[in-house]
Design a protein around this ligand. Structure first.
Ligand SMILES: [Zn+2]
Length: 418
């Protein structure tokens, strides 16, 4: 067989493979192309479950923010923790005294060490507060279980009701009632009151309302989104899907199972997506996070780290050392690195600009130039979709696609190649 014939054969094979992908996944291709693509490496650090807690939570937060302050990006700005806050915990003693007839809260102000650490971080530019919820449980559901004589709940309330992580997992949802399985939908007016209460407490504490929110346990529905939108929330933080409840066995029900950054909810706010897990307490440690971070940079999307408070409180020295190392590696590899808080990332998607919520500064952040965008687009498809990978392997289309990526964006995030 002549060289020309071989070339023709492969060209036909690749053309056929591209045709199959376009015909069967056309909408996916268009949606992926329309996602946001950033021109420089960006790291966002998302951390849930800060709020009322014992003094050692304050010490953990101070240690964490001190590490972030040592890491400066290409504009001289420190790494910033987007801290998602719970605004109150139950007052166990008062609830017991009420005979479990009333849900009584202890607000964040009653925990002066934590409140001071949060405010100090905000002042130093290492902490950007956002709303997790008024509570990290569903008050009516908790009372119902207490009245039914649930021994674990009664003991938990009698002990003060501070540590919601000690509750059974289904009870930790806020906008979904997990007092029974399958979970129950919470009425829209009840959800609206919870959101309004959370926003009111947040605004009273920070003198400004939250612009982004993330639901406890990633459990929320359309009614929650409408309540958030009505309260001024513009960005909904997600793990790339939404869970509207749990089934009879406690498994999460995903609806929809896939969200891309910038997708709009029917209520109006845009979804943001966490795409790097650094949760060493759950076995998701530094090496996996580093691999995911470099992959996100190659895809021209911000690396949005999910790293919950419990990694750092209660003896979190190793987790903190790992985060320190991760940020140091990112800075060394990507000299143009930028640190952003989640509301800034949302605003860039929405308006193409960033505005530091802490200082009001607006250093421009360019979208990816066309060459880099094409390479990043192909990498997103490759990294996300097993069937497209199978077609690319089977047809050897992976060879020209990889060469094209190398040609267009040979050192992703490190300059060169446009
Ligand atoms: Zn949480």
């Amino acid at each position: 067989m002549s060289v020309a014939a071989v070339v023709l054969l492969f060209a036909a094979l690749w053309g056929a493979a591209v045709t199959v992908v376009v015909a069967s996944r056309g909408r996916l291709l268009v949606a992926t192309w329309r996602e946001p693509y950033v021109g420089v490496p960006v790291v966002v650090i998302e951390s849930d479950d800060w709020g009322p807690g014992p003094p050692d939570h304050a010490a953990a937060l101070e240690a964490l923010l001190a590490v972030l302050d040592r890491h400066r990006d290409s504009t001289g700005r420190p790494a910033v923790l987007t801290a998602n806050l719970v605004m109150a915990v139950p007052d166990g003693e008062a609830i017991v005294a009420s005979g479990y007839s009333r849900y009584i809260r202890r607000p964040i102000d009653r925990f002066p060490e934590v409140a001071a650490a949060l405010r100090a971080g905000h002042g130093a530019g290492t902490l950007c507060p956002q709303l997790h919820g008024l509570d990290h449980l569903h008050p009516d559901g908790l009372l119902e279980r207490a009245r039914a004589g649930d021994e674990a709940v009664l003991a938990w309330l009698a002990a003060g009701g501070l540590d919601w992580e000690a509750l059974a997992s289904p009870l930790q949802g806020h906008y979904v009632d997990g007092s029974v399985l399958p979970t129950r939908v919470v009425a829209p007016e009840v959800q609206a009151a919870l959101v309004a209460g959370g926003v009111e407490a947040f605004t009273a504490f920070w003198d400004e309302p939250p612009t982004s929110a993330v639901a406890p346990c990633y459990l929320w529905d359309d009614a929650t989104e409408r309540a958030w939108a009505a309260a001024g929330v513009r960005y909904i933080q997600t793990a790339g899907y939404r869970c509207t409840g749990r089934d009879g066995s406690g498994h999460y029900v995903q609806d929809p199972p896939w969200l891309a950054p910038g997708d709009r909810s029917t209520a109006g706010p845009r979804y943001l997506v966490r795409n790097v897990m650094y949760e060493p307490r759950d076995g998701r440690g530094e090496e996996g996070a580093w691999e995911a971070l470099t992959q996100r940079v190659a895809e021209a999307q911000p690396a949005v780290l999910s790293t919950h408070r419990y990694n750092y409180s209660g003896g979190g020295a190793a987790a903190l050392a790992g985060l320190d190392d991760l940020l140091g590696r990112a800075r060394a590899r990507y000299p143009a690195l930028r640190f952003l808080a989640s509301p800034e990332w949302g605003r860039w998607i929405e308006r193409g600009e960033v505005a530091d919520p802490l200082t009001g500064e607006r250093p421009p952040l360019a979208p990816a130039p066309p060459r880099r965008k094409v390479a990043a687009f192909l990498r997103r498809l490759w990294n996300r979709h097993g069937k497209i990978r199978a077609i690319a392997w089977g047809s050897t289309l992976v060879v020209p696609a990889a060469l094209l990526c190398l040609l267009l964006d040979p050192r992703p995030g490190r300059g060169g190649g446009g």
